[in-house]
Design a protein around this ligand. Structure first.
Ligand code: PMP
Length: 355
């Protein structure tokens, strides 16, 4: 090994879901929204001033920050925006998790948390979810260097009641508690309501799921001015221009169209509830998801086998070959006709399956 090679940082990276190419495929593997962004977003894209790309964007991303502050009824000094919630979360790890004590997050959760902790050299511990995949709030009532969990959790889809989220925040007055609400718009109740009472709470959301803009990469955090200031200080010590011009313009447009937002969410939630019935009829079990995906396991057919069969059929879902998860498939809620095609195929598989 060459000397310079020894100095290369060794990391085990997060593995994002596949982005398969081609026409005839059904993509239910990365929890994208199956519906297009709001019509106003298309308009804003068409009307974008080409010439303006010559210049740097506003480093403070004022237009987007102000628009989110107004929409959520918080101060502009309570909003931080980033390049997808991954960027926001990474910045939050770097800003807030600087204790010698371990940061706590569930053993089954968004696998990026562990990657950031390792990358930034943050000690961490992972309290186990209970048998039903639920977070046990009391596991977080002990000394720690910070707490983070998604609500609803991923990949289970389970929502932790807001009163229990508050219990976790209340028991941690000496640390920062981050609630990652990537999937909150699909049915849960946001911890945003607790922000007035807890200065140490950070709520993180994204435009990638409910607002159909995964391709634009927009995420944001809401918290006390003290927390947001600290995140901005770290951001300006790393990369001042995180938000590009198109994401500032299109992001604000997406927030403006409340009617389209609600309509899209309703369609997805309706399809999800129908899908739960179908999965059940076919012999699947799953936690009761409040997100835009279902984490399902079949009573007889091993998940790995189903995953391969689906892939051959060009139906892409997510499979995690990890302890406790390896007999489950995480299936994003697609459009009605995509789900019909999925269920037609699954019906065939289930009826024709022999061990
Ligand atoms: N948090 C959770 C729980 C997620 O599942 C995802 C999606 N991979 C993210 C954050 C990041 O999403 P994005 O960076 O697209 O906002």
């Amino acid at each position: 090994m060459k000397t310079w090679e020894r100095n290369i940082r060794k990391v085990v990276p997060y593995v994002p879901g596949e982005q398969p190419k081609g026409e005839k495929l059904i993509k239910l593997n990365t929890n994208e929204n199956p519906y297009p962004p709001a019509p106003g977003v298309r308009q804003a894209l068409l009307e974008m001033d080409f010439e303006s790309l010559r210049k740097y964007p506003d480093p403070a991303a004022r237009a987007l920050v102000d628009c989110l502050a107004e929409y959520y009824g918080v101060g502009a000094d309570q909003v931080f925006v980033g390049v997808g919630s991954d960027d926001v979360l990474a910045t939050a790890f770097l800003t807030f998790f600087n204790s010698e004590k371990p940061v706590l997050f569930p053993d089954v959760t968004y696998s990026f948390y562990k990657v950031w902790a390792e990358l930034f050299g943050i000690p961490y511990e992972t309290p186990a979810l209970d048998k039903a995949f639920l977070i046990r709030p009391e596991d977080y009532f002990r000394e720690n260097g910070g707490v983070i969990f998604p609500n609803p959790n991923a990949p289970t889809g389970l929502f932790l009641d807001l009163s229990q989220v508050e219990e976790i925040v209340r028991h941690n007055p000496d640390g920062i508690v981050i609630v990652d609400e990537a999937y909150i718009d699909f049915g849960g109740e946001s911890a945003r309501k607790l922000l007035d009472r807890y200065e140490n709470l950070l709520v993180v959301q994204t435009f990638s799921k409910s607002r159909s803009l995964a391709g634009m990469r927009i995420g944001f955090a809401m918290g006390s001015p003290r927390l947001i200031q600290a995140m901005n200080d770290v951001k300006y010590s790393y990369n001042s221009y995180t938000m590009n011009l198109p994401s500032l313009a299109l992001g604000t447009e997406a927030v403006k169209d409340e009617a389209y937002f609600r309509e899209t969410l309703e369609k997805i939630v309706h399809t999800r509830e129908k899908a739960k019935k179908r999965f059940q009829e076919l012999g699947f079990t799953f936690p009761d998801s409040m997100a835009n995906f279902i984490f399902a396991s079949h009573e007889r057919i091993p998940a790995a086998e189903l995953f391969s069969a689906l892939q051959r059929e060009r139906i892409f879902v997510r499979y995690f070959d990890a302890p406790r998860l390896s007999n489950y498939l995480r299936i994003t809620i697609g459009r009605e006709e995509e789900m019909e095609a999925l269920f037609a195929f699954l019906e065939d598989q289930v009826s024709g399956w022999k061990p």
